[in-house]
Design a protein around this ligand. Sequence first.
Ligand code: AMP
Length: 273
Amino acid sequence: MKIVRTIQALREERGKMEGSVGFVPTMGALHAGHLSLIRRAREENDHVVVSVFVNPTQFLPGEDLEKYPRREEADRLICEKAGVDLLFMPDASAIYHEDEVTLKAPAYLGYILEGHRRPGHFDGVVQVVMKLFGLVQPDFAYFGKKDAQQLRILQKMAEDFFLPVTIVPMETVREEDGLALSSRNVYLSPEERRRALSISKALKRASKMVMAGERSAEAIEAEMREVMRGIDVEYVAIVDRDFRPQERVELKKSIILVAARVGATRLIDNIWL
Ligand code: AMP
């Protein structure tokens, strides 16, 4: 596995690759969720590129940019073991220029739910992913459904800009007890972790209600809020695949999303019906 930190070195290594390139962009502190993306990329491509870059432009002032977990050495070992060919770990100064051209997330999709709570977050996401796509020129890029809105926006970006890349959505990887894996889980104390479990429990309850025939978004949301009464819920949303709110849940069409604060940690999770 090669590790590169500069644009020039990345370009050189990319230039040597023949055949398909699978790409997994991450912010590091890699866990089993990231690993499932990397494994799938490994299965489906001749070459696998992973980036580890804590992208400053997707953090809002006052968010956890400085304290976001950084685990370079562990990330390197995980990638090496998983058969990654090229690990790109740039500094922000290599990625960003002065007074540069900027992309904007879609006016609706980029500014509801996560985008409403974190205005500008998805602008930073599209900016950095467009840059990384330009550098890596992947045939396939792998993203987790855990970040459902991000996934939809990046699919839109690839469509809207006619990018020659296929976005591959991947299932959310969870701990045995249901907690969705996240680099931010390291912030949770044992007591907070216990309370955080109510997020995946609420989603599971919602799924059971739907399987039992319940279709009312209001009834499902009320039940979910009851399950999550011990934490500070930011939103519960039941939307279609384009994130339009639904009054009635539809199988194979709805996504149920939750954002909540547990102590100082903000967590998101969802299920795709
Ligand atoms: P991040 O490092 O948090 O920016 O995540 C990098 C990629 O891994 C994104 O496409 C995420 O959606 C994906 N990801 C994060 N957590 C999980 C998880 N628990 N299961 C599957 N994919 C995940």
